[in-house]
Ligand binder design. Structure first.
Ligand SMILES: Cc1cc2nc3c(=O)[nH]c(=O)nc-3n(C[C@H](O)[C@H](O)[C@H](O)COP(=O)(O)OP(=O)(O)OC[C@H]3O[C@@H](n4cnc5c(N)ncnc54)[C@H](O)[C@@H]3O)c2cc1C
Ligand code: FES
Length: 270
């Protein structure tokens, strides 16, 4: 019997994979999370610390799922430090999904925003032509480049990495490459997940070329189920109405890419 997604359930970590010096993937067995749609997330309880929203990472093994965590503050660092045999609590999956389009597809990811994009890659058909852009600050912070190439083995594809300091791939911001690509190639869809300012530029660039674009937003979340309001962006709640939003609706939202809400719910400028 499948577990009830709204009932917090305890899982044991079975494998820990170091992706970069600050990013780790924790693998565990859960049939339900192993089959989620691209863009869905779970609420992850780190015992004695806090509960965090996390995108659900794919696993190569059937019946397993994973989280890929960058250590930042107290809760993400505690989750990052969870060892094999350690336990976490999970609610979910929650949220909607990217729309699965076909044709010539462009994906733009930054940091752990790559997690839902890795799952999205597994939904494409072999006739789809796929370009994945990975933006990072330095070579040390690049991850999932090899995995993306493996997942796209059967597709005509390219994986392009940009680093701010030019230590790997192209030098500069990933959005500079997006600008060039969307001007010279007719893409059928653009998908993005990562820092909101990056997604704002990607959505604007795609919109200017009239290419359908979707972005998966990461806003401050507390309940994850539409009750507390901490993840609001204008009138929308990211946990309930997203996390995936269509580009034109985002550009008509006066908060997207410009302001965010702090833990106290105060509207701050990016
Ligand atoms: C839908 C969704 C999916 C997410 N998926 C992932 C995931 O797959 N992997 C992952 O590592 N994190 C993910 N996050 C972010 C995660 O939930 C936490 O916000 C983040 O790990 C920091 O939490 P913290 O409590 O440790 O740090 P905090 O104490 O909240 O913050 C510590 C520092 O990190 C900064 N910070 C907080 N959140 C972010 C953020 N999202 N991006 C950049 N800087 C931030 C803060 O401004 C502060 O300077 C996701 C968030 C959402 C809403
Ligand atoms: S996190 Fe509580 S309403 Fe979205």
């Amino acid at each position: 019997m499948e577990r009830n997604p709204d009932k917090p359930t305890i899982f044991t970590i079975e494998k820990v994979i170091d992706e970069t010096p600050t990013v780790r993937t924790l693998v565990f067995s859960d049939e339900l999370l192993s089959k989620v749609l691209p863009g869905q997330f779970a609420m992850v309880w780190v015992p004695g610390v806090n509960e965090l929203p996390m995108s659900i990472m794919i696993s190569k093994e059937a019946g397993k799922a994973a989280f890929t965590i960058r250590k930042l503050g107290e809760a993400s660092t505690a989750l990052y430090n969870t060892k094999v045999g350690g336990y976490i609590g999970i609610r979910g999956p929650y949220g909607n999904s990217f729309t699965i389009m076909q044709g010539n597809l462009l994906l733009v990811g930054g940091g752990t925003g790559l997690v839902p994009l890795m799952r999205l890659l597994t939904f494409f058909k072999k006739n789809d032509k796929v370009t994945l852009l990975i933006g990072a600050k330095t070579k040390e912070e690049v991850f999932f480049e090899g995995l993306a190439n493996q997942l796209l083995e059967k597709n005509q594809h390219q994986v392009i990495v940009t680093t701010d300091d030019g230590s790997h791939g192209e030098k500069g911001l990933v959005t500079n490459v997006v600008e060039k690509l969307v001007a010279e190639t007719k893409f059928d869809a653009v998908y993005t997940c990562g820092p909101e300012k990056m997604m704002y530029k990607v959505v604007k660039l795609a919109n200017k070329q009239e290419i359908p674009v979707e972005a998966s937003l990461e806003r401050m979340m507390k309940c994850g189920i539409g009750m507390c309001g901490s993840c609001c962006i204008g009138k929308e709640l990211v946990c309930r109405d997203g996390t995936v939003f269509e580009g034109r609706s985002l550009l008509s939202n006066k908060e997207f890419g410009l302001t965010y809400r702090s833990k106290a719910g105060i509207l701050e400028n990016y």
